[in-house]
Write a protein that binds this ligand. Structure first.
Ligand SMILES: *Cc1c(COP(=O)(O)O)cnc(C)c1O
Length: 539
């Protein structure tokens, strides 16, 4: 048995006041991380194959340990069991995630943020962090809406209004936006105190509606369905509108559905346009949706959790045209702003919109105060805005533009590599920096195009299984990683097709890494198919 620390006030006091020495395990870890982060990750994250069941066995103890251990023992444990078995999300070969390598300065600054441990819920525990957070919200608002200098001078720091709210993630931002939309749909009047006070049942009665719906394309993020659930609208009333062959919402179908719901006397809480779908990076025709929303007086929410930072790019920002007409926008910072996890925004065109969800408590977030907690879904929140602020200043608009342009260029390059390879099939072209594809042996590709409906279906079933197996094997080998999703391409009569999904946001990813990914997939596929016969025309 290793030695255990005594449980005395003195030792407890020590962990609050005295840092580990430089040559301790933790000291060494800190040193390595700050000197060579990628080296540290590469050295300590092993890709040794182990099953989830094996890992679960290591974490079965259910009682809080009675006796403490030394910091160094825990640091050792974490290195060997947790760090080693974590995912190397910063690797240039891991192109399946929406979070990638972080800029170096985020590490020491995060440490400083944690050291300060401010709580943004109220000004008493955040002081300078409150105007700082308001400033970055203002910057994101300006990036999207581009109002006048006068507007931002007057309102960015005006605690009577709110240009948006900082959130822990895009899910919370989507929920917050739809929460506001619901309240705007059923405002207080006469004896009715509003949906927040009286609830959805009374609201529907008061406004003589037979239910409420939210409309979004079939590629909508699942957080919208959580929102429909939480707001009491019901997941089945999140209406899925079909997409076209470019994975964009079909606006004519959307229009028909709006008319149908109006005839059915349903309240349409919001229409959601997506600026960069999670699976394919497609952008909905935002201007057309905006026109419809304006004509029908419906709240227009844009989910730009992924695609929002595209606005930094002079070349590509026009792809999001129409976003400036949205009533609310979700914008993630922990994806394409390269901020550590836990940072997003919900911004509102109308500076008064957030007032409808305002709430107070006596001991905290008092009426008329500067407390940001008055208008947020979340309670205690860390000072993540400091990291967004730092990204904005250290990378700058022009730096972000370069990162965005680079990602889109790389996605186009990868798409070309796939199209030129005889044994891969590009399924969705990148509009932003996300694309999907699959492995299809050359001879199968030849027959697939001209095959009968039945034959095509049979081959696609086979290919679907192959895609899943290749993706899993590649993941388990631990060297390269792409993710996987299922789409319904028009090309294959909207039958479900499994595809590899690649997100090109890591600036460290090079052409050679992309070549390696394809090579490894090809090798895995060939081994898997050895001896298999695929089609009647022979393989
Ligand atoms: C990632 C994403 C979300 C959810 O954001 P989280 O930060 O993961 O909660 C919502 N919508 C879209 C389009 C996304 O890509």
């Amino acid at each position: 048995m290793s030695q255990k620390p005594d449980v005395t006030l003195e030792t407890l006091h020590k962990i609050f006041t005295i840092p580990e020495s430089e040559d301790s395990t933790l000291g060494q870890i800190e040193k390595k991380i700050s000197e060579n982060l990628l080296g540290f990750l590469k050295e300590h994250i092993v890709s040794a194959e182990t099953t989830p069941a094996n890992l679960e066995r290591m974490f079965r103890e259910f009682k809080v340990p009675e006796d403490p251990v030394f910091v160094s023992e825990q640091a050792e444990f974490l290195l060997n069991n947790v760090v080693s078995q974590s995912v190397h999300t910063a690797s240039p070969r891991f192109v399946g995630h929406m979070t990638s390598a972080l800029p170096y300065f985020m590490l020491p600054l995060s440490k400083m943020m944690i050291a300060l441990n401010q709580n943004l819920v109220k000004i008493e525990t955040s002081k300078s962090f409150t105007p700082l957070e308001r400033q970055v919200i203002g910057m994101v608002h300006h990036l999207i809406y581009g109002n006048s200098t006068m507007f931002y001078k007057r309102h960015t720091q005006d605690h009577e209004v709110a240009l948006g709210t900082f959130c822990s993630n895009g899910t919370i931002a989507n929920i917050t936006s739809l929460w506001v939309a619901l309240n705007k749909c059923f405002p207080p009047r006469k004896d009715f105190a509003g949906v927040s006070e009286d609830g959805l049942h009374t609201a529907l009665q008061e406004y003589e509606k037979d239910g409420a719906v939210i409309l979004v394309s079939q590629r909508g993020h699942y957080s919208l369905s959580k929102a429909a659930n939480l707001l009491g609208i019901g997941k089945r009333n999140l209406i899925s509108i079909p997409t076209d062959d470019r994975n964009k919402i079909q606006v004519d179908v959307l229009r028909e559905q709006v008319l149908r719901f109006k005839q059915e006397n349903k309240a349409i809480i919001a229409i959601v346009g997506i600026a960069g779908t999670t699976e394919t990076g497609s952008v909905d025709p935002l201007s057309k949706i905006a026109d419809l929303c304006q004509a029908e007086d419906i709240h227009f929410h844009v989910d730009a959790a992924w695609g929002g930072p595209t606005l930094f790019s002079s070349t590509h920002r026009s792809k999001l045209r129409g976003i400036e007409t949205a009533d609310s926008v979700t914008f993630d910072a922990h994806k394409q702003l390269y901020v550590p996890m836990g940072a997003a925004f919900a911004v509102f065109r109308d500076k008064g919109d957030l007032a409808c969800i305002e709430h107070h408590a006596e001991y905290i977030i008092r009426k008329g105060s500067r407390d940001l907690g008055r208008k947020s879904l979340e309670g205690s929140r860390p000072g993540m805005a400091m990291l967004v602020h730092s990204g904005f200043r250290i990378i700058g608009r022009r730096g972000y533009e370069m990162l965005i342009d680079m990602g889109i260029d790389k996605a186009q390059l990868f798409a070309k590599m796939i199209q030129e390879a005889p044994d891969f099939e590009l399924i969705t072209k990148p509009e932003l920096n996300i694309l999907t594809y699959r492995y299809v042996p050359e001879n199968v590709q030849k027959v697939l195009g001209t095959a009968s409906y039945e034959e095509q279906r049979r081959l696609n079933d086979h290919l679907n299984r192959l895609t899943v197996t290749i993706q899993k094997e590649q993941r388990d080998k631990g060297k390269n990683f792409v993710s996987r999703t299922a789409l319904q391409p028009v090309k294959y009569d909207r039958k479900t097709i499994n595809v590899f999904r690649v997100v090109l946001a890591n600036p460290l990813t090079k052409e050679k890494h992309l070549l390696e990914i394809l090579d490894e997939q090809r090798k895995i596929a060939r081994t898997l198919m050895r001896g298999e016969s695929w089609s009647k025309t022979g393989t």
